[in-house]
Design a protein around this ligand. Structure first.
Ligand code: GLV
Length: 309
């Protein structure tokens, strides 16, 4: 019985060492070394090469090393019916929350504009906003969204959320379903997308949704590039309906050099690196799932194969 690590970002040895440091006897292979395919029961993966998962006849678990699993569903050759798990981790949620807070505060205090002005030698004091002036609307109140919601409330923001099912979180107004989306949007001044990417949410951040936000709303997408219709964002920024956007995720990563987001003054871009799994923190749940899969026990953080998250 063994585990294979499949990823293409050069971090296989890093993960292997980290796993070995917590479980020295574990049999772990890199996808890229010679290994006995029939011994593999668990694949620990991140953005695997398409088709790689079909090499394992005895595979019992596909484990994402991130919070998201959308990349697994995007592979049409993945073995169907095999359980999939994702990472749920306090550090991952806190890191995301801190990133979103940083982007929001930079927006309120004009930090991006001041940086731009600095590079041009311009001294131009601007009106700034206060936390109390804004209502933040979070799309997706799952493991990450609910931590962000609570942090924003602690900071003094007014917060509301829109999610697949109604949530009960102190001080947060919960909206759900298509029927309540317009009401949610009409009172959201800073929109944060933390939805899972599925057939139902692909392209959800589009012109028709943006038009339902109040004028000057700010949009933050920290979920997946596939949620956003890039041209619609640019149109709504250029026509002045949206005041700006903070992006961490893109349709293609790294974003191609020719993409208009790079040079857009109203877009705050960061690489897809707001919240990254820390091996030392997440390996205990990975090892626990390896033991559980060997003993046919219910898995931690298993996603619904029907819902795709
Ligand atoms: C990062 O995007 C993750 O899904 O963990």
């Amino acid at each position: 019985m063994a585990l294979v690590i499949i990823r293409q970002d050069g971090k296989i040895d890093f993960w292997k060492e980290a796993l070995k440091s917590q479980s020295p006897d574990l049999e772990i292979f890199s996808y890229y070394e010679d290994h006995p395919k029939e011994d593999i029961v668990m694949a620990l993966i991140w953005k695997h090469p398409e088709g790689s998962l079909s090499a394992y006849p005895n595979l019992k678990l596909i484990a994402s090393t991130g919070a998201g699993v959308d990349f697994i569903f995007e592979d049409p050759t993945r073995p169907k019916g095999i359980p999939i798990t994702r990472i749920v981790d306090t550090k991952l949620a806190d890191d995301m929350s801190e990133h979103v807070l940083a982007v929001i505060l930079a927006h309120l205090k004009n930090l991006d504009t001041y940086k731009l002005q600095q590079t041009r030698g311009i001294w131009n004091p601007m009106n700034y906003s206060r936390i109390a002036d804004f209502k933040v609307g979070i799309m997706g109140l799952g493991e990450l969204g609910s931590v962000l919601a609570n942090d924003l409330v602690r900071f003094g923001f007014r917060v509301q959320g829109w999610s697949n099912s109604r949530k009960s979180i102190d001080h947060i107004d919960s909206f759900t379903g298509e029927g309540e989306l317009s009401d949610f949007l009409s009172s959201t001044e800073i929109l944060v997308c933390l939805l899972p990417l599925t057939d139902k949410t692909i392209g959800i951040l589009n012109a028709s949704l943006f038009k339902k936000l109040p004028k000057n709303a700010f949009v933050i997408n920290v979920a997946r590039g596939g949620h956003l219709v890039d041209e619609d964002l640019i149109t709504m920024l250029d026509n002045g309906h949206l005041s700006g956007a903070g992006l961490v995720v893109y349709h293609q990563e790294p974003l191609p050099e020719s993409h208009p987001f790079w040079k857009h003054e109203k877009i705050h871009m960061t690489p897809h690196h707001a919240s990254v799994s820390d091996p030392q923190s997440v390996i205990p749940q990975i090892l626990e799932n390896y033991r559980r899969v060997l003993n046919d026990k219910p898995l931690l953080n298993e996603i619904s194969l029907d819902k795709g998250y």
